[in-house]
Design a protein around this ligand. Structure first.
Ligand code: NAI
Length: 254
């Protein structure tokens, strides 16, 4: 059985994955701002350092996997929090535990979103994230709206994953991303309750080809597969788990 570390294990998709991993007999180190083995605010440099130190202390002999799941919704304010948690904290924590994952030839799994392809790779916020300039990205994102801030953070982290697949694989780390569609969690509850975004998201939910919205366990099922040895040749994939929404919107892109 394996040892996994994850961020965002307190609620929603992360909590469902944690439950499934524990039920399968694995051990899980959970990092979250709310509750977990390591309490850390990943929006700050100190919180990221505490998260990495807490994981390193509990996994001196390495990890089978690291899952970067913590994230904030488009309604989070200030918008710079979206850049900090959804992009810069993911890069910092993945890099901070990379050697632990390599020790066991393990897996990194990033939770992106099916909203990522809706934002251009040339978007200035995406560019600032990929340049690693947190101050510039945070300043720029304050000029945007919640949806493009959120989608941009997910576009950037997906591109970062793809750009780093080769060096990570050569170092002994298999890296992938999962791109969920609308999933019933505290995060989507906040979006649904928003006067501006709520009605649009509810309408979009009605258009999902396979019907409806996902339960967290449906996303976690695929994540568990991507972490398992059964997927040990899956490397660099962006795995859409969205009831066909991405295929509906971008039929010719893959
Ligand atoms: P959630 O709100 O239930 O879970 C997010 C977790 O991240 C929570 O446990 C929260 O405490 C933690 N977190 C937030 N800010 C933090 C911080 N500063 N430091 C440490 N931990 C922090 O939401 P959900 O939906 O389970 O989200 C999980 C991931 O899935 C996120 O990355 C989200 O962007 C992504 N996602 C969610 C979708 C949805 O419709 N629910 C769709 C596509 C992607």
């Amino acid at each position: 059985m394996g040892l996994y570390a994850m961020t965002g294990g307190a609620t929603g998709i992360g909590a469902a994955l944690k439950e499934q991993l524990l039920a399968a007999g694995h051990e899980v180190i959970s990092v979250d701002i709310k509750e977990g083995d390591v309490i850390a605010d990943l929006s700050t440099a100190e919180g990221r350092e505490a998260a990495i130190a807490g994981i390193r202390e509990r996994a001196p002999e390495g990890l089978e996997g690291f899952i970067a799941c913590a994230g904030l919704p488009p309604v989070a304010r200030p918008l710079s929090l979206i850049a900090q948690v959804n992009y810069f904290a993911v890069v910092a924590t993945v890099e901070g535990v990379k050697d632990l994952v390599a020790m066991r030839r393990g897996t990194v799994l990033i939770v992106a979103s099916n909203s990522a392809p809706m934002i251009s790779r040339e978007d200035p916020f995406v560019e600032a994230c990929l340049a690693g300039d947190e101050a510039a990205a945070c300043a720029h994102v304050e000029t945007r709206d919640g949806q493009t801030a959120y989608g941009g953070s997910k576009r950037a982290i997906t591109a970062w994953m793809r750009r780093n697949v080769v060096p990570y694989a050569r170092a002994g780390v298999r890296m992938n991303a999962v791109a969920p569609g609308i999933t019933q969690t505290p995060l989507s509850d906040q979006v649904m309750a928003d006067d501006e975004l709520g009605p649009a998201i509810q309408e979009f939910g009605k258009m999902v080809p396979w019907g409806g919205t996902a339960q967290p366990a449906q996303i976690a099922n695929v994540m568990r597969f991507l972490l398992s040895e059964e997927s040990d040749f899956v490397c660099g994939s962006v795995f859409f788990v969205d009831g066909g929404s991405d295929a509906m919107l971008r039929s010719d892109e893959f």
